[in-house]
Design a protein around this ligand. Structure first.
Ligand code: ZN
Length: 407
């Protein structure tokens, strides 16, 4: 693994040496399973031609599908049939990256659709276009319109709630995201769906011990980011008495869930690799939680296991949270900041910690009489200072709503 050339790498933070291999994958349009009901063309021949175009799209050739549909549209007058053709045209246009064309087709389809199912499918398409544009607020409006038609079947409705949740989460609206996730329970997006990264925290039941996962937040569990197993060379955590906040001092991952997962996997790989391999030789990724620039929280080392992030005995009873990125000279994003606040709020309540027990890495090191570190940098130290003052922590009402009735 290449080393970062900056002189900062000689300072103490374990992740400083890491150079992330950024995935070039980014979150662009949605993959369509093609199962959405939508408008049915009343004429069976039209219906089979629309289905053939959908098949071309799924086979990776939306352009040819679109050509067929455009010719079909020219010779079709029947309004329900036009709605079905325009809906599939929108899917093909979105698949080939023509978002304005797709938006126009979906809008026209919604106008022609004779039934709630057809209108719902068109509104969903409009939502998908807005997601592809990064216009998450508009996407929420469209998905909620789709839901309001009452035309979505059960599976379609939970999928729409799920997408509403993801959009809220990307906007940093964690309470709304949590509420929508509750309504989306049971939805399992296909692996190709760019929304697959969000999973609600598993509901806790009295039959199981409370999990360390913050109630009401969205989290990418270890299994979802492809964590390697924990190795035997670890100590149990014992009682949690403090929280330490870090930055990873790595380049921020590109937008999208694939990059975030890849970043976390890279950090774990570096932490687990042996010293001979240029790594740290630890049992697992050093931190218990990592937060990406879009506010996704990744489950790191299990909190039942002592971390490797603060140095020596300072790791005892210490939950390590790392903001992914380098915040030496620029602040974290708003969703990242909000996710940190929500996560800390939950952990403080869960472990009954005084806000003064939340510290930045450099403060922990100085307190232990060790040399300072540039981790987590002045901007994140500012956030930690706000947390120490109790900011955001007393607003536990929203959090309590999320965990009401749970053990
Ligand atoms: Zn650190």
């Amino acid at each position: 693994m290449r080393r970062q050339p900056s002189p900062r790498v000689r300072l103490s933070h374990p992740a400083l040496l890491l150079v992330l291999t950024l995935s070039t994958a980014s979150c662009t349009g949605l993959s369509r399973s093609g199962t959405s009901a939508g408008s049915r063309a009343s004429d069976p021949r039209t219906a089979s031609e629309v289905a053939a175009a959908a098949e071309l799209r799924r086979g990776g050739d939306p352009r040819r599908g679109l050509d067929h549909l455009e010719r079909l549209l020219q010779r079709t007058q029947d309004r329900p049939a036009r709605a079905a053709i325009l809906l599939e045209m929108g899917h093909c246009q979105l698949a080939k990256g023509d978002r304005s064309g797709a938006l126009e087709s979906y809008l026209a389809s919604s106008a022609f659709a004779p039934d709630p199912g057809g209108r719902a499918a068109a509104y969903e398409g409009i939502g998908d276009v807005h997601v592809a544009d990064g216009a998450f607020g508009l996407a929420i409006d469209a998905y909620e319109r789709a839901l309001a038609t009452g035309g979505l079947p059960g599976t379609g409705a939970v999928r729409a709630h799920y997408r509403v949740a993801v959009c809220h989460q990307r906007l940093g609206h964690l309470d709304e995201a949590r509420d929508a996730l509750v309504r989306s329970s049971g939805h399992r997006p296909p692996a190709s769906d760019p929304f697959v990264w969000v999973e609600p925290f598993a509901p806790r039941s009295p039959a199981r011990p409370p999990t360390p996962l913050p109630g009401g937040l969205v989290l990418v569990p270890r299994a979802a980011w492809g964590a390697a197993p924990l190795r035997p060379n670890h100590d149990p955590m014992g009682k949690v008495v403090r929280i330490t906040v870090h930055h990873t001092a790595t380049r921020p991952p590109a937008p999208g869930e694939a990059s975030g997962r890849s970043a976390v996997r890279s950090i774990q790989k570096y932490h687990q690799s042996s010293a001979e391999q240029g790594g740290r030789g630890w049992a697992d990724i050093g931190y218990h939680f990592l937060i990406d620039p879009e506010g996704r929280i990744y489950e790191g080392r299990p909190v039942t296991v002592q971390g490797a992030h603060a140095g020596g005995s300072a790791n005892q009873g210490n939950i390590g949270i790392a903001l992914i990125g380098d915040f030496s000279s620029s602040p974290p994003s708003f969703p990242q900041e909000q996710a940190l606040f929500a996560l800390v709020r939950d952990l403080v309540r869960r472990h009954d910690l005084s806000p003064r027990r939340i510290q930045g890495h450099s403060e922990v090191r100085l307190g232990a009489g060790e040399g300072g570190t540039q981790c987590p940098g002045p901007f994140v130290e500012g956030l930690v200072w706000r947390l120490q003052k109790g900011e955001g922590l007393s607003g536990a009402a929203a959090s309590q709503r999320g965990t009401a009735g749970l053990p």
